[in-house]
Every structure is written in C-alpha cells, then in structure tokens.
Design a protein around this ligand. Structure first.
Ligand code: PLP
Length: 538
C-alpha cells in the first residue's frame, strides 16, 4: 500500500521502470526536485557573507539543513559537516586523522569495504608507514568478530567499518566494534552510505566517533553528503580543505579557523544540494524510518525466498534476514553478470552488474562480480516478482544456449540480414573463442580491467621481426568483450606490429558487425585497449 502512493511521488518511475539500482543512487521525489528548483527561483545567494535579505534567507535555509540532518541522526548542529558525499567524508577523515599517525600504527578495516573506505587509508598508510588490517568475513558473509577482537590492539589508531555492505547487504555490529576500538583508544568511523537511507541511525547510540553518508542514496540530489564527527574530536582535528567559509581571520602570515561545523566546509558549499537534502530528510521523516526499514526488510525477505528455490541462482550474502538490508547480489550459473544485467534491462529492470566498487571482496570470494538488485521505498512486491521472473527466464536461456546470452540480448534493435550473420559470428566467437590461451615465449603481455563490469583481458603477443607471429588472450568477461578479443586476435595474427598499433575502435566495431549499445562500448574495446598497451611495451 505504502509503495503505491510512494511510487507516484517519483516522476521518473511513471513510465514503468523497475528501478533496482538503489544502492548506487536513488530516484528523487517531486518534493526534492521542487525544493532544488525553488532554491534557484527564490533563495539563491551565497551564505555567511551578504548582509542583504536574500543572503540571509539562503543562510537560514542552509543552516536549517544542518539542523534537520543533525536531528535525523541524533547529532548536534556543530557536528554536521556537509561534504560531496561518503567518499569525500572518508578522504577528509583519512587526511585529517592521518596527520597524527606514526610508522607502525594500525588502521583496521574489513574485507567487505567499498573502495572509498579502502583507498584513502591505503594512501595514508603508505605516506605514514602505517599498517592496514582487514577483519575477515565468515562463510555466512558476516564479520568474524573473534578475529576483530584479535586484530584491534593497542597499535590500532583507527577502525573504519561499513555499517551495511553495499554488496552483501550484511548489517555489521558497529556498536560492538566501536567498543573494541574505544577499549584501545582508537577512533571508530562508520561508513553509513547504505545504512542511513534504510534504517533509523542514531550516532550517539551507535557510539561511533565519525559517520559518513551520501544524500543521493536517500532521495537527495547528487553532490551533497554528510560527515558526522564528535564535537571534541572535530575541535582538535586539522581542516582538510582551506579557504572561504572555513576561515575566521587571515593575515598575510597566518590564518585561524572558523567555528564548527564551518571549519570543515571550505569554499562556497552546494547550497541547492543542501536544500534538496533538507527536503529529502523531511520526506523520509514523513514516511518514518521505521517504516522504511520494515518495507525494505519485507521485500528483501520475499525476494530471497523466491530466489532460494531456483537452484541455478547463488545469492552472495547472508541467508539469515536478521541484520541484513534490502540489497541482493546474485549470480546465475553459466551467465556473466554483465550479460544478465543487460537481459534484465530489456525487461525494463535496472540492476547493477560488476564488482560494485568492492573488488577486494570479490577476489576474496573468488567471483567475477555479480548482479545486484537493491530495493528502496518505492519498490513493490510486484517489482520483486518481475525481478524473480526475469531471473528465471535468464536461467532457462542460459540452459538452452549453453550459457550463452540470448541472441536477442546481444545487441539492441532490429537487425539487417547482414547484421544477423554477424550476430551469429559474434555468438560463435563467444562460445568457441579463438586464441584463448597463454603463450609462454611471448614478447609482450598486458592485463587490463574494465572497472565498471569487472571484465579482465590479458593479451600476449609474440613479435617475429616486426610481424605478429602469435597473439592470444586470457581472462573472463561478458559475451561482447570475449567475442571482441577472439575476433581481434584472429584478425591480427600474421599482421605487421605497426599495422596493429594503428588498428582503431571503428575497425573493432566493424569486426563485430552488430550495433553496440553505449553501455557495452567499453566491453567491446577492452581487448583493443589491452593490445595497444602490450604493443607499447615492445
Ligand atoms: N561506501 C559505500 C558502502 C557505498 O555503497 C558507496 C557508494 O556506493 C560509497 C561508500 C561511496 O559513496 P559516494 O559515491 O556517494 O561517495
């Protein structure tokens, strides 16, 4: 019931789109779209500067956004810093807290972190000689809390953990981990990018020192996010960016910092984004975060039950629905996630396929990615049914076609007779790839990854007096990238190296001979890009 009314609030969903990529970003309700429009039509002026009425109106609105967000997560006004999003919040923390790290200090993360909660710490660790430790995950896709207790020691200075995994849906016991961190005097950071949109979160109850999230994953515009920090800690911390609003006084020699939270908000902020975030938080509060949580849980449980009876489907995440969010990653036997997501797209179901910005987790699990369906407030049981039915259809297809993507899915639109022939050829190259092997006495070898879908290609080339004597590839990927590698290697064997260096994108598309959708362009061109890198190394 709730979803029917709610769906109507989202203009983009009016054309029947089943949007299940909510962990990447959510759609925006009319209230938020209107708030941004009205900001520009009625309130636009810079904040904390002008004395005139419009500037004051804008300032009041901007400060109100901080107040409403503070209230939303149980924080105080001074503790709410607006950022671009979760990634910026984590970078700010890595930079500012990282200043106090010494060689040998330890930073504890987990194996289920998003790249945004790994890469900034890797950089700081490198700079300072600090050491990263990762809490492992169990077979049930939960954090191994015994190992967590062993890993968090007197050497630990920072613990930074995701609250709800954007791949597994696992909700981690951040309060318990915060206790472990505080016992040894470390600070506790929570990456709440997925939890704040889905659950009631109270920073004081969770006992964390810092918590970060993004507005765009909870109905607000992109480019606005939140960093919560305990006041005492923020007061001591060095700013991340300098200039503009974060200044109290400047002389030619030195500067002093503004009070909280502005000390951490340098330059002109995203004012319209803040107006949108304010509207989004009010919108979610009108629904009630308990209802948001209950709705997500109901859909997740329903979809998991239906998927569990399809033997070819593997869900990558806890089977137990307690402490689990409405994010379902899955694979089906014999079909690459990228091909599966394109199949679902043909049914107007938007899911994500690939590594979901968590490559280390997938490499630990030994998987080439997954598709991910994530539900939000506007999704309904019918949406879950549509997903399950489309997945079942794909399973049937995979069986019938020996794991090959449906002929109709490999390329968009109606095809000419000639293109139909090319399509058969592409499918044949995917099913029976030519030159898919390692060459031992290669002259050059190069490996490339497409970070979007996770396709990997390694190219091997053997040079014989300027001629390509042998060329081969290995790797894994979707139908298009694999067929493209097979066709490319077949075409270039025996050709001049110089000729191969000049082989261009249009020529790859000509080899494939079928229309390639925009989303598949990177897949089609990955082998060529890899080959060019290999040839550069010669
Ligand atoms: N952390 C988690 C758990 C996420 O799911 C995401 C986004 O998918 C991020 C961090 C990064 O968020 P953003 O891209 O909004 O900075």
């Amino acid at each position: 019931m709730m979803t029917k009314d709610i769906k109507g609030d989202f203009p983009i969903l009016k054309n029947g789109l089943i949007f299940l990529d909510n962990s990447a970003t959510t759609q925006k309700p009319t209230k938020v779209i209107k708030a941004v429009k009205e900001y520009y039509e009625q309130d636009n002026a810079n904040v904390h500067r002008g004395i005139y009425k419009l500037a004051q109106k804008s300032t009041v609105l901007y400060e109100k956004a901080h107040e409403v967000v503070a209230n939303f997560i149980g924080a105080e006004f001074e503790e709410i810093i607006f950022t671009k999003g979760t990634t910026e919040g984590l970078n700010l923390l890595a930079y500012s807290l990282g200043k106090n790290l010494n060689a040998g200090d330890e930073i504890v993360l987990s194996e289920m972190e998003h790249h945004s909660n790994i890469v900034p710490w890797q950089q700081i660790a490198k700079e300072k000689g600090a050491v990263l430790k990762f809490i492992p995950i169990t077979k049930e896709y939960r954090l191994d809390m015994e190992k967590a207790a062993e890993l968090i020691t007197e050497k630990t200075k920072i613990v930074s953990i995701v609250h709800m995994s954007n791949v597994l849906g696992t909700i981690n016991p951040v309060k318990e981990i915060a206790e472990l961190a505080h016992e040894v005097g470390a600070v506790m950071i929570v990456d709440a990018a997925q939890s704040v949109p889905h659950l009631p979160v109270n920073v004081k109850e969770s006992n964390c020192d810092f918590l970060v999230f993004s507005g765009h994953k909870m109905c607000a515009p992109t480019g606005i996010g939140v960093l919560y920090g305990r006041k005492e800690l923020l007061k001591e911390m060095q700013p991340f960016l300098y200039g503009g609003d974060m200044i109290k006084e400047v002389t030619f020699e030195q500067s002093t910092w503004n009070e909280l939270p502005w000390k951490f908000e340098a330059g002109t902020p995203n004012l319209a984004g803040a107006a949108g975030l304010l509207a989004a938080v009010e919108y979610l509060q009108e629904i009630g975060m308990n209802n948001v949580e209950a709705h997500g849980k109901k859909l997740m449980k329903y979809a998991l039950e239906k998927l569990s009876v399809i033997p070819e489907v593997t869900v990558i995440g806890p089977a137990e629905v307690e402490n689990r969010g409405p994010i379902i990653s899955l694979n089906i036997e014999g079909m690459h996630p990228h091909d599966l997501s394109e199949m679902l797209d043909r049914e107007n179901i938007a899911v994500r396929g690939g590594f979901h910005c968590a490559m280390p987790l997938f490499s630990k699990l030994g998987l080439d990615g997954s598709i991910r369906a994530s539900f939000y407030i506007y999704n309904s049981k019918e949406d879950a049914d549509r997903l399950v039915n489309a997945v079942m259809k794909a399973v049937e297809q995979a069986k019938k076609e020996e794991g090959v993507i449906n002929r109709a899915e490999i390329t968009p639109g109606d095809l000419t007779e000639e293109q139909e022939l090319y399509k058969e050829n592409v499918i044949d190259h995917y099913k029976h790839p030519r030159n898919k092997k390692e060459i031992e006495d290669y002259t050059a070898k190069y490996r490339e990854v497409n970070p979007i879908c996770g396709d990997t290609v390694t190219m091997y080339v053997k040079n014989n007096n300027g001629t390509i004597e042998e060329i081969s590839f290995t790797g894994s990927g979707c139908a298009i990238s694999q067929a493209s590698a097979s066709l490319l290697t077949e075409n270039l064997k025996g050709k001049d190296i110089e000729e191969a260096k000049k082989f261009n994108q249009q020529e790859v598309f000509a080899l494939l001979g079928i229309p390639i959708s925009h989303t598949r362009t990177k897949c089609a061109l990955l082998p060529l890009k890899t080959l060019h890198h290999a040839l550069e190394e010669m």
